[in-house]
Design a protein around this ligand. Structure first.
Ligand code: NAP
Length: 317
C-alpha cells in the first residue's frame, strides 16, 4: 500500500512510519496542500495523512472521481477541514487523533486565561521595551482569576480538562453548554443557553469543534451579553468566533480582553487585534509539544496500521 504523509513529523513518528510501512513518502514542506496536491494524493496513494489546513472539500472529492485513496488518517482531533460526508460518499474513510491532544490544549487554555486576566503579554512587552518604571500599588492591575466563574462552550474532552483545571486548580465555579447533558467528576452547572452562559461568567472559553454547525457561534450578540470585565478565550477553531464582532467588542470595551490560539482566517491575524494591548495572541500552540505531536502521529499511524491489516479503525470519525 502506498502511504503519503502530508507534513514532516517528529523524528520518532517518521522513524516508526519508515520502519513499519514498506512504501511511505513524507512530504518535505509545511505548506498546506494545494488543490493539485490533494487530487494527486487521492489518485496516487492508498492512504493519506493530512492535517489542519488541507481542505478536502466536497469539490475536491467530486473532482477526484473514483479515488485510489481509501483512508484519510487525519493528524489532529479537529477535522472540520475535511468534508466527511463527501469523503464517505467517495469511499474514503476518515480517522482523527482524539485524546492525545486533550491535556496540552487545556494547558494552553489556562495559559491564555492567566495571560489575559493578568496582562502578561502587555507586561512582557513593557519590560522588553525598557518602559518599566518599577513596582507600585496600582501598577498594571488585572483580573484576579482565582475563585471566578468559567463558562465552557463545548464540554467535551478538552472542555472538561479545562473545567477540571479551573475548578481544582483555581477554585472556580464552572458553567457550560454542550449539546447533551454530561455526567462529570466535578461540580458544574449546565446553562440554559449560550447567551445565559455568556452573561454569567468571567471567562468564556470556546472548546467546540469547528464546522458549519458552530460557524460564528460566538457572534456580536454573545459578546454583547458578556460582562465588561469578562475575557473571551478561544482554543477551538478561529471561525467559531466572528472575528470582526470580537474586534468591535474589544475596541468598544464591552469585554475586558481576549486570549486567542486560533484565528478566523489563520494564519492571517488582523492588524486591529495586533494593535490592542488587551489581546493575547498565540500562534495555534494548543498541541505544540514534542511528546504530544509524537502521540498524535502515533495515533494517526495506528489508524494507518489497522487499515493496512484490514482491522477495525480505532478512531473513525
Ligand atoms: P469533543 O470531545 O468532541 O468535544 C466537543 C464538545 O463540543 C462536545 O461536548 C459537544 O457536545 C460540544 N458541541 C459540539 N457542537 C456544539 C454546538 N453546536 N453547541 C454546543 N456544544 C457543541 O472534542 P475535543 O477533543 O474536546 O476537541 C474540541 C475541538 O478543539 C476540536 O474539534 C478542535 O477543533 C479543537 N482543538 C484545538 C486545538 C488547538 O491546537 N488549539 C487542539 C486540539 C483541538 P456533545 O458532547 O453534547 O456532543
Amino acid at each position: 500500500m502506498k502511504i503519503w504523509i502530508a507534513r514532516p513529523m517528529t523524528a520518532a513518528v517518521e522513524a516508526r512510519a519508515r520502519a513499519e510501512f514498506a512504501d511511505v513518502e513524507i512530504r518535505e514542506t509545511n505548506a498546506v496542500l494545494t488543490e493539485e496536491e490533494m487530487l494527486r494524493a487521492l489518485a496516487d496513494y492508498d492512504i493519506v495523512v493530512p492535517t489542519l489546513g488541507d481542505r478536502f472539500t466536497a469539490d475536491i472529492f467530486a473532482k477526484a472521481d473514483a479515488p485510489r485513496c481509501k483512508l484519510l488518517a487525519n493528524f489532529g482531533v479537529g477535522y472540520n477541514h475535511i468534508d466527511v460526508d463527501a469523503a464517505r460518499a467517495a469511499g474514503v474513510d476518515v480517522t482523527n487523533t482524539p485524546g492525545a491532544v486533550t491535556d496540552a490544549t487545556a494547558d494552553i487554555a489556562m495559559t491564555l486565561i492567566l495571560m489575559s486576566a493578568r496582562r502578561a503579554g502587555e507586561g512582557e512587552r513593557l519590560v522588553r521595551a525598557g518602559g518599566w518604571e518599577g513596582w507600585h500599588p496600582t501598577q498594571m492591575l488585572g483580573l484576579h482569576a482565582t475563585g471566578k466563574t468559567v463558562g465552557i462552550v463545548g464540554m467535551g474532552r478538552i472542555g472538561q480538562a479545562i473545567a477540571r483545571r479551573c475548578h481544582f486548580g483555581f477554585g472556580m465555579d464552572v458553567q457550560y453548554i454542550a449539546r447533551s447533558d454530561k455526567s462529570l467528576d466535578f461540580p458544574a452547572e449546565r446553562a440554559a443557553d449560550l447567551l445565559a452562559l455568556a452573561g454569567a461568567v468571567d471567562f468564556l472559553v470556546v472548546a467546540v469543534p469547528g464546522g458549519a454547525e458552530t460557524l460564528h457561534l460566538i457572534n456580536g450578540d454573545v459578546l454583547a451579553a458578556m460582562k465588561p470585565t469578562a475575557h473571551l478565550i478561544n482554543i477551538a477553531r478561529g471561525e467559531v468566533v466572528e472575528e470582526a464582532a470580537l474586534i468591535a467588542a474589544l475596541q468598544s470595551g464591552s469585554i475586558a480582553g481576549a486570549g486567542l490560539d486560533v484565528y478566523e482566517f489563520e494564519p492571517k491575524v488582523p492588524q486591529a487585534l495586533i494593535d490592542m494591548e488587551h489581546v493575547t495572541l498565540l500562534p495555534h500552540l494548543g498541541t505544540a509539544t514534542e511528546e504530544v505531536r509524537s502521540d498524535m502521529g502515533n495515533m494517526a499511524l495506528d489508524n494507518v496500521a489497522a487499515f493496512v491489516a484490514g482491522a477495525e479503525l480505532p478512531n473513525r470519525v
